[in-house]
Write a protein that binds this ligand. Structure first.
Ligand code: 1HN
Length: 355
């Protein structure tokens, strides 16, 4: 910067009036493409499971809406799994109650292991079984109670870093007991809206709000099997996004959720996009290449991919690999910041804005 000394000389005087000009040692304001402190990280189930058991012994669930969760903490960030969302593994023991509370952060649970636990979301009680996705939209009251015999394990994802960066954090413990009252119709939203194609003409919903709170595994698995009959996606093989069944589009406003199957012998092409992503391996083995580095994964592993990193997925095994995928694309799209590029056969295909 030719005028570096002049800029430095202004610094103190301007600061007295809460003003500044760009300083020679400031990091560049704009970069040609996204630069992120977030790191691409692989967490292995073989490491996580003993840690969960240790945490289960060491930590009691207290009152005031506390949870026992093992957070997937990105080493490149002060907090969070990515710069927008937190993924944690909740470990709840037989007989325990995770007391009711609510918060601004949008959240969901994807059940990994166990049976016998139920969650109540704004008065609707849902049994939680392996592979179920249950949503807790912003400011919905939620509590969990475990009546089963074995520890229950699920993935929690909350857009905490996003809501924190927008300075929009509210948190409220429920003050009328451990659990909220349960409505007369259990699983109301699933009964009214869950088929996705057939609906009572009298079922009401609020415009812009997904009325469906639960996406049970059997229907999701069946849809994924049916999608195998579609043309193979060169980047993702078979992939389906959880939808708002009434208005279309993603199930949550800020977080995208997808189910993906990589069939034996699949070698995906690379793509990159703004925003971050977390893969949770449900079944099978394979590997992903992210910015030239190979990450081998198997059941229970998690892979977080940083923004604008080239990534491609492969399955060299003889069995299907099934992944649950979380991203923040709905938030980026809503703001007009979503960009993606695909490695095509002919070379690079740049898609400016894939709204
Ligand atoms: C939370 O409220 C839950 O409600 C789970 O079960 C995980 C991680 C960080 C902050 C709040 C829950 C959480 C969380």
């Amino acid at each position: 910067m030719a005028d570096g000394d002049a800029r430095r000389a202004l610094k103190e005087d301007l600061a007295r009036f809460n003003c500044r000009v760009h300083q020679p040692d400031d990091p560049p304001l704009f970069t040609r493409e996204p630069r992120s402190d977030m790191q691409t990280v692989l967490w292995c189930w073989n490491d996580l499971m003993p840690l969960l058991e240790r945490v289960g012994e060491a930590i009691r669930i207290g009152s005031g809406g506390q949870r026992r969760t093992l957070r997937l903490a990105n080493p490149g960030l002060p907090f969070g799994t990515t710069h927008t969302f937190w993924a944690s593994i909740q470990y709840i023991l037989p007989g325990e109650v995770a007391e009711a509370h609510r918060h601004t952060a949008n959240a969901f649970r994807f059940i990994l292991r166990g049976t016998g636990c139920s969650t109540t979301v704004d008065g609707e009680c849902y049994e939680m079984n392996e592979g179920d996705l249950v949503l807790t939209p912003s400011m919905a009251w939620h509590d969990h109670v475990h009546r089963g015999a074995e520890p229950m394990i699920w993935l929690d994802v909350l857009d905490i870093s996003l809501s924190r960066s927008l300075h929009a954090t509210f948190f409220e413990p429920y003050d009328q007991g451990e659990m909220q009252p349960v409505g007369a119709v259990p699983e109301f939203s699933y009964r009214a809206f869950g088929s996705g194609t057939l609906r009572s003409p009298r079922a009401r919903h609020r415009p812009g709000i997904n009325p469906l709170l639960a996406y049970p595994w059997p229907a999701a698995e069946e849809a994924l099997e049916r999608a195998e009959g579609l043309e193979r996606d060169p980047w993702d093989d078979v992939i389906l996004e959880y939808q708002n069944p009434v208005e279309g589009g993603p199930a949550m406003k800020t977080l995208g959720t997808q189910l993906q199957k990589l069939r034996p012998g699949f070698h995906g092409r690379a793509r990159r996009h703004t925003g971050s992503k977390l893969y949770c391996v449900l079944r099978g083995h394979g590997y992903s290449e992210v910015d030239g580095q190979r990450y081998d994964w198997g059941p229970g592993d998690f892979l977080a991919v940083k923004p604008w990193a080239w990534h491609a997925h492969h399955n060299d095994s003889s069995e299907d690999a099934v992944l649950f995928v979380v991203d923040d694309a709905p938030a980026l799209r809503a703001l007009g910041y979503y960009r993606e590029e695909f490695q095509a056969d002919e070379g690079l295909r740049a898609d400016g804005d894939n709204q």
